[in-house]
Design a protein around this ligand. Structure first.
Ligand SMILES: NC(=O)c1ccc[n+]([C@@H]2O[C@H](COP(=O)([O-])OP(=O)(O)OC[C@H]3O[C@@H](n4cnc5c(N)ncnc54)[C@H](OP(=O)(O)O)[C@@H]3O)[C@@H](O)[C@H]2O)c1
Length: 245
């Protein structure tokens, strides 16, 4: 019997797929997956405990519409929300190495996907998640979003977007400590993980520092389980160690 639900947003992320597969092993946890497009995963599509919502884009109207569908599927309380969206590069965007490479269009796109989108989900989901049942919201950040850890420079837009995300997560946690004490916010750094996002940048990464999605998903699920609901935001890496904001 399903007693709790896990919601995964940006479910076509390779790390998200690994989280979904590992979550599906629990017979008491239902899965609600939201993505712009679902490609093949090893998710058992016959499994009635898996619900997929295809979203047109991540504009506020589409998010509102998707949340109405989530409400239909969420017959058991949602206890975990993973917000996986993030871009570092695409055919028009390359992370900047020099000031000369910085441009408005790329900055706006990276900020929108990495900082605005997770914030809109948290805003729109909070009424549904507020209550007595503990709920953990995990947003995928990155260590490069740490201002105190920045010794390398570069990647202006990506760094700034993850730093902005972190600030919003921390700020939201302060507000939720007053009005939704059951919600815990975690900003998560997966480490360099073998996905399309990191592919062009894996060259200098030692083999033992390039993680599989399966490993990161396992680490994250253990970390989420072990992290208490304590009315503050946590910024954690794949080992469960705190990162300085
Ligand atoms: N891989 C790494 O080494 C690494 C390191 C540090 C942090 N991270 C973070 O981990 C998270 C997951 O990344 P991943 O490595 O699994 O990447 P991935 O496989 O490339 O997944 C990309 C994710 O971003 C979403 N996305 C892509 N373009 C988008 C757009 N235009 N608008 C809104 N959403 C968009 C996708 O959502 P759909 O399902 O809708 O396609 C999907 O959730 C990201 O936030 C990333 O910044 C990754």
């Amino acid at each position: 019997m399903i007693t709790q639900q896990t919601l995964i947003i940006g479910a076509n992320s390779d790390i998200a797929k690994a989280i979904a597969i590992q979550t599906q092993n629990s017979s008491t946890t239902g899965l609600i997956l939201i993505s712009r497009a679902f490609d093949s995963t090893n998710i058992d599509s016959e499994n009635t405990a898996v619900n997929r919502i295809t979203i047109k884009d991540y504009q506020i109207e589409s998010i509102d519409k998707a949340i109405k569908e989530v409400a239909i599927f969420a017959e058991a309380p949602i206890t975990r929300v993973f917000i996986c969206n993030g871009i570092l590069h695409n055919k028009n965007i390359k992370p900047e190495k020099r000031l000369e490479e910085f441009n408005t269009e790329s900055f706006n796109q990276v900020m929108t996907v990495n900082a605005l989108t997770p914030m809109l989900w948290i805003q729109q989901l909070t009424p549904m998640l507020t209550g007595k049942t503990p709920c953990k919201i995990i947003a995928f950040s990155a260590r490069v979003g740490s201002i105190s850890d920045n010794s390398l420079g570069g990647w202006y837009s990506y760094r700034a977007s993850k730093a902005a995300l972190n600030m919003m997560l921390k700020t939201a946690a302060i507000e939720l400590a007053r009005r939704a004490k059951n919600i815990k916010i975690i900003s998560f750094h997966p480490g360099t993980t073998d996905t399309p996002l990191s592919k062009p940048f894996q060259g200098n990464v030692p083999a033992d520092k390039l993680f599989t999605c399966e490993f990161v998903a396992k680490q994250l699920l253990d970390i989420v389980e072990a992290t208490p609901v304590n009315q503050t935001a946590s910024y954690l890496d794949w080992q469960g160690k705190s990162i300085g904001w």
